[in-house]
Design a protein around this ligand. Sequence first.
Ligand code: SF4
Length: 259
Amino acid sequence: MPSKTDSRLLPLFSQLVGHFAHEPAWWPIHTHDRVFEVTIGMVLVQQTRWEQVEAAVLRLLNAGYTSFDALAHADPIQIGSLCKPCAFYMRKGEALVRLAQRICTTHNQMHAILTLPRHECRRILLSLPQIGRESADTIMLYGGSHPLFIVDAYARRFLHRTGIYRDVVDVINADYDLVQRIVEEDVGQLDVQNARELHAMMVEVCIHHCSATRPRCTQSGAWRRFVDVRKCAEHCPPCSGCPTQSVCAYHLTRIPLTE
Ligand code: SF4
């Protein structure tokens, strides 16, 4: 566990890891091509639950689409039907084929791109269709080895509710890069395993406890059934609530005052 003593987020990170346990297969990879799997997962996950993404990725792999090259030569309609029931599956099928074609014609060396310095790597990924800042950073963190902080909706929600940066930035509305810089300065230099785990913890706490509409601060975490049985194997048993409830501004302001 990283040990920057004046960090605001690291103590919460430690609590989350203690609660959810380390998950080596948090992003399950089924083939030798991690970059390919992470990239198609990022396109499919937009407005879609992860369970459906997992199933669609496995269908694509089982149908022989295990590389950008295979996908670049595929029929977009067939790819679309393999992506069902992900949201906008026909559009995503077409987008995946277009993205693969672009990667094969313009940037055939995705693996080499991911070894470039962070800003150069990100600039190239952002030039690809379907790849925004969050997707680019996710590919760099999980497909490559860039230890960065992903500012997704889960991270914004958790950081906003706990209130740890409320005197510094409006994490819900602030620019992606600003929030990323503030968090990275706060946690200090992480290795890639810790950076991946920090992102995983932001997602885990939000899907099990800190949901958008009805946070389960003092209730057992919401149950999710994933395709990969290794996911969540350690922390689905009943618990007594969110591990950060004792320091969370949102929760503490909602506890009724007692005599
Ligand atoms: S205590 Fe409640 S509001 Fe705070 S992070 Fe946990 S689930 Fe979210």
